[in-house]
Ligand binder design. Structure first.
Ligand code: NAD
Length: 351
């Protein structure tokens, strides 16, 4: 595990989960964070603005597929670990245009692994033993569960159904191969659906909040009964910290908070919170804005996580209930409307 005052490279640290993880890491560890992000439509410096005065946060605009960048970062910072969040992450975008998912999620991850392997080989003694690459994958690599079927555990076979999940699955196989072939000390995680602050308003929860506040239709795919296992992003970040500190190389961990909800339930809960928290809205009851639209192609029906290994081996447990976490999330979006408006405006400007 990284020693105090070491540097840790976090990739994708201007995106939703990365921003939350960088904050947590800076708050609880005396480390320098080298935050490497390409700043695609999903990465926003606005989410990091308040970290500017922090001398331990170093932002580097760059692509995980750039081998030269990795060589420079390793030479300059001698990092003790890499936590890889960088990815194209939106299933709908992967259906409309899969190429960039292959480029970043597979080819980019391979470049990261190859350069990390060479860097790791150059380390000696304690630094070599402590080095880790934590690769943040997704539960979507496991595909879809039937109602009543046991949740995904670490032994569930891969069955990805979208170009997004297939690209993440391919990367996971490369990560595994780099452990078995080259001894690169990697750990892979599979987390369920996150919600919380700084999530770009194209994913379910923030999309619904932003549309509802504007009185726009709330689009529900198909019958809306697709089930996801929801976790507050802070719980995910705490699980990743535990894994970064204590997991053994070559391990995989599933991360989830036992909160299965279908999309209709989630959107209804968001609407009810908005009815309560924005009592003078012209759109009450917000639920009236719901509109069923054609289902997403290849849409997983149900995802659920068995996180017992993480609890039993590393002692992690989620702290947020879904109801409390969702309330806090809606409150955050209400208090930070400028953030949503700014990131949407910037992307509209990109054409
Ligand atoms: P996000 O789309 O909000 O952020 C991704 C970040 O990666 C952005 O800041 C983007 O600019 C950056 N990026 C994209 N391509 C890059 C490249 N080539 N080089 C450097 N940076 C690049 O995604 P997120 O929701 O924060 O997800 C982070 C990771 O967690 C992803 O790997 C995703 O697969 C995984 N994950 C997400 C969830 C979820 O519910 N959001 C659940 C499980 C796992």
């Amino acid at each position: 595990m990284p020693t105090p005052s070491a540097a840790i490279v976090v990739t994708g640290g201007a995106g939703f989960i990365g921003v939350n993880f960088v904050r947590k890491l800076l708050a609880v560890r005396d480390v320098d964070v080298i935050n490497v992000d390409k700043l695609t439509y999903a990465g926003h410096l606005a989410s990091l603005a308040d970290l500017a005065p922090n001398p331990r946060h170093h932002f580097v605009r760059g692509d995980i597929g750039d081998a030269n960048l990795w060589r420079q970062l390793f030479a300059r910072h001698r990092p003790a670990a890499i936590v890889n969040f960088a990815a194209e992450s939106h299933v709908d975008r992967s259906i409309a245009g899969p190429d960039v998912f292959i480029e970043t999620n597979i080819v980019g991850v391979h470049t990261l692994l190859r350069e990390a392997r060479d860097y790791h080989a150059s380390l000696e003694g304690a630094a070599r033993n402590a080095f880790r690459v934590v690769h943040v994958s997704t539960d979507e690599v496991y595909g879809s569960l039937r109602s009543g079927e046991a949740p995904f555990d670490e032994m569930t076979r891969y069955a990805p159904n979208s170009p997004y999940s297939a690209s993440k699955a391919a990367a996971d196989h490369l990560v595994r191969a780099y452990f078995h072939t080259y001894g690169l000390p990697v750990v892979t995680t599979h987390c369920s659906n996150n919600y919380g602050p700084y999530q770009y308003p194209e994913k379910l929860v923030p999309l619904m909040i932003c549309h509802a506040l504007a009185g726009r239709a709330l689009p529900i795919y198909g019958d809306g009964l697709q089930v996801r296992d929801w976790i507050h992003v802070e719980d995910h970040c705490e699980a990743l910290l535990a894994i970064l500190c204590d997991a053994s190389p070559g391990e995989t961990y599933n991360i989830g908070a036992n909160a299965e909800r279908n999309n209709l339930e989630v959107v209804s809960a968001v609407c009810a919170l908005l009815d309560e928290l924005v009592p003078h809205s012209a759109h009450i009851p917000h639920r009236r804005l719901l509109r069923h639209v054609a289902d997403r192609a290849g849409h997983d029906r149900r995802c659920a996580i068995d996180a017992r290994k993480l609890r039993d081996v590393l002692g992690w447990a989620p702290r947020w209930s879904f109801d409390e976490g969702l309330r806090r999330t809606v409150e955050w979006y209400l208090a930070n409307r400028q953030w949503s408006e700014e990131v949407l405006r910037l992307n509209a400007g990109r054409g």
